[in-house]
Design a binder for this molecule. Structure first.
Ligand code: FE
Ligand code: FE
Ligand code: ZN
Length: 276
């Protein structure tokens, strides 16, 4: 299955996102669980969620992706920042359990000088407190570009987090093509080699979502600046290889490229045309 979509604004609610996805030819989408730079979430509306679930069923959508706010940093050295992360993570999971099978993606966080080991310890505290057996949400660690003290720019770091999680069965990875390239991995000619490495260290069965972005910067730049499809250092041929790679088959593939809604619609059309 080819599930392709983009990041959408959640300001109109769940059903509105489902309808917008349909309108632009998407069969998945991503949204922020709350203001990306702040913390407040709208009150959960069960009728609105039920409407979205029926839109998804009727139109054979793949799983959708809920993205935690950027301000979530469970690895922080500041107790207050960690408490905020804790509150958001717990609350978001409670909400997302109403839309079974949803991917809940978060950036593992920045250790800000404490070292990876201490940072990972903080992340695990949050996960082990609020994940639970039998949960229906798939939590994903996003692969990071390695900007500053970001944790999760190597497959080994992600594996360490998964191994330390008491609910590892429900913990997966969201692979961001811009981030992975910026982190130094080859997602161009060497895509299959990179996925082999991923498989050896983490296991490709642990992939639950893909962020499909081109990059404004060359491999290994650690910059994290997304570019439109085909207009960056990945280029269109390599994007074509990615979307036709059987490893990603059946996963929600979400665009986070610098586009307005018309730009997203055009990219989805382009990608559908390249799909073999
Ligand atoms: Fe992200
Ligand atoms: Fe991303
Ligand atoms: Zn990014």
């Amino acid at each position: 299955m080819f599930y392709i979509g983009c990041h959408l604004s959640s300001s109109g609610g769940y059903a509105a996102m489902g309808e917008e996805a349909l309108r632009i030819g998407a069969n998945t989408f991503q949204f922020f669980t709350r203001n990306p730079r702040g913390g407040s979430a709208k009150k959960f509306d069960p009728d609105d969620a039920a409407k979205l679930i029926s839109i998804m069923k009727e139109n054979s959508f793949g799983p959708i992706v809920a993205h935690a706010p950027y301000t979530l940093n469970p690895a922080s050295a500041e107790a207050k920042t960690r408490e905020f992360a804790d509150m958001v993570f717990k609350d978001d999971i409670e909400t997302l359990e109403h839309i079974p099978g949803t991917v809940y993606n978060f950036h593992p966080g920045s250790h800000v000088g404490q070292g990876v080991g201490t940072g990972v310890g903080h992340i695990l505290n949050m996960l082990n407190r609020h994940m639970f057996h039998g949960m229906k949400t798939k939590v994903t660690l996003e692969t990071m570009a390695g900007k500053g003290s970001e944790i999760g720019s190597t497959f080994e770091e992600l594996k360490t987090i998964i191994d330390g999680c008491d609910f590892a069965k429900h913990l997966y990875v969201c692979l961001d093509t811009c981030h992975v390239s910026d982190a130094g991995y080859d997602v161009c000619e060497g895509l299959y080699g990179t996925l082999e490495e991923f498989d050896k260290i983490i296991g490709t069965k642990k992939l639950a979502a893909v962020h499909l972005n081109d990059s404004k910067n060359p491999r290994g730049s650690h910059k994290d600046r997304h570019e439109k499809i085909g207009q960056g250092f990945l280029g269109i041929e390599n994007v074509e290889r990615i979307i036709n790679c059987p490893v990603f088959d059946g996963l929600p593939i979400v665009l986070e490229t610098p586009n307005d809604i018309d730009g997203y619609e055009a990219e989805i059309k382009l990608l559908r045309g390249m799909r073999k």
